[in-house]
Design a protein around this ligand. Structure first.
Ligand SMILES: CC(C)(COP(=O)(O)OP(=O)(O)OC[C@H]1O[C@@H](n2cnc3c(N)ncnc32)[C@H](O)[C@@H]1OP(=O)(O)O)[C@@H](O)C(=O)NCCC(=O)NCCS
Length: 145
């Protein structure tokens, strides 16, 4: 099940963020993302386990007019490479519609993510040198219409 995330989901997102990234967003940054209504969206994917739902993955995007930026996407560690990321990205792109231009930045070493984006027709359009705090370059990708 995929739905928009809200403030009740902060702890689940923060926990996945910490497990998945070397430089995780802080809880405050995630709260800010969820609180802002103008153009910011967070979708989260859940699976039913026993009697409740657990969060599997989430994606954060910012939309201004016809332009969207994917800020972050993460699938929790035990569920990676099992199709969840693909499903969430597919859902997000169809929510954005074909009129929206979609951009993102990704670490040049993050081959699984680059492969995923390429499968959805994203192509490299540039590089931001030393974009990340540890000095790594970011690849800028744009989804071909
Ligand atoms: C990148 C990420 C979102 C992909 O989600 P996922 O659920 O693991 O990926 P899926 O199972 O949906 O696979 C989709 C495609 O991604 C690529 N992929 C995913 N994991 C991969 C891996 N370990 N190695 C190589 N390619 C991989 C493949 O192209 C795969 O397609 P295929 O199964 O046909 O080969 C997820 O692995 C993740 O959260 N990674 C850590 C956080 C991160 O790097 N986020 C991106 C920040 S820009």
């Amino acid at each position: 099940m995929i739905r928009c995330a809200d403030l009740n989901d902060v702890d689940a997102i923060t926990a996945i963020e910490k497990r998945v990234f070397r430089h995780p967003w802080s809880k405050n940054q995630i709260v800010q993302e969820l609180e802002q209504e103008n153009g910011k969206k967070v979708f989260a994917e859940f699976e039913e386990k026993m009697i409740s739902y657990i969060m599997i993955s989430y994606i954060m995007i910012r939309v201004v007019n016809n332009e969207a930026q994917i800020l972050n996407i993460a699938v929790d560690l035990p569920y990676q490479h099992r199709g969840y990321g693909k499903k969430l990205l597919q859902y997000t792109l169809s929510e954005l519609g074909t009129e929206t231009d979609v951009f993102l930045e990704v670490r040049e070493s993050n081959l699984p993510a680059i492969k995923l984006y390429s499968e959805f027709n994203f192509e490299e359009i540039g590089v931001r040198e030393h974009y990340y705090s540890d000095g790594e370059d970011a690849i800028i990708m744009h989804k071909k219409q």
